[in-house]
Design a protein around this ligand. Structure first.
Ligand code: NAD
Length: 246
């Protein structure tokens, strides 16, 4: 119960890594606030957690829409008085080689993966600073560390998120707020659904554990970083890839 009574807002929580993180946090005693743009999946996720006796609430929230983000954060603050943990997990891909990438593909990925993280963090940060503690966790990627074919937009956002993390760790560390990023390798979720099986096979081959990761394996790392066990961990971009990049 490392997260007992912690109020945790998780974006993109209706599926994949976000949902696994919501389950993990709930198992560890957190009050989980799920936010996502997919209302039906969100409702399913909330119902599943509630059925297990978890304290979970769901909000339709598009991280690109600052007014929506502010409104959800205000509701959470009114109801619970604080946000202890923010997991900036929502993310998308719109892949194309540089020569083929449209401006719309570029802008959409920047809006969700980069500007969305800025919106959500700015919306919660004053309350964290006021209470003198808080944890912000950002979803980066090995792609942000090393680049990836066909992912000009995505790689830029995931590298940008590391820039956010290191900057905010400096700005907020002295105020009791820790900020860290997680850089997963390739994890079996819907985000990989557009990748051909042949390429997935290559990804497995490139990983020294010869398999994709499971969403739960990232969720457990978020739970550790969110907990007091990581009380002196600040400003890191932690690669969790089964040794993919060795
Ligand atoms: P996923 O597609 O399974 O889930 C992403 C969730 O984000 C979805 O529920 C989606 O509805 C939500 N979302 C999308 N746009 C949103 C918006 N504007 N506002 C709010 N929610 C929105 O993906 P995933 O694999 O679980 O990825 C989660 C995060 O982890 C992403 O940031 C992704 O870039 C990152 N990541 C994933 C992998 C991987 O291999 N799966 C690897 C590295 C990093």
């Amino acid at each position: 119960m490392r997260l007992k009574d912690k109020v945790a807002l998780i974006t993109g929580a209706a599926n994949g890594i976000g949902l696994a993180t919501a389950r993990q946090f709930a198992n560890e005693g957190a009050i989980v606030v799920l936010a996502d743009v997919q209302p039906e999946a969100l409702e399913r996720a909330q119902a599943e957690l509630a059925a297990r006796g978890a304290r979970a609430e769901a909000h339709r929230m598009d991280v690109t829409d600052r007014a929506q983000v502010d409104a959800v954060v205000q509701r959470v603050l009114q109801r619970h008085g604080r946000v202890d943990v923010l997991v900036n997990n929502a993310g998308i891909t719109r892949d194309a080689r540089l020569q083929k990438m449209t401006e719309a593909q570029f802008d959409l990925v920047i809006d969700v993966n980069l500007k969305g993280v800025f919106h959500c963090t700015q919306a919660v940060v004053d309350s964290m600073v006021e209470q003198g503690r808080g944890v912000i966790l950002n979803a980066s990627s090995v792609v942000g560390l090393y680049g990836n074919f066909g992912q000009t937009n995505y790689a830029a956002t995931k590298a940008g998120v590391i820039g956010f993390t290191k900057t905010w760790a400096r700005e907020l560390g002295p105020k009791g707020v820790r900020v860290n990023a997680v850089c997963p390798g390739f994890i079996a979720t819907d985000i990989l659904s557009t990748i051909p099986e042949k390429v997935l096979e290559q990804m497995r081959g490139n990983c020294w554990m010869r398999r994709l990761g499971a969403p739960e394996e990232i969720a457990k790392v978020y739970a550790f970083l969110a907990s007091d066990e990581a009380s002196y961990v600040n400003g890191v971009a932690l690669e969790v890839s089964g040794g993919m990049t060795l």
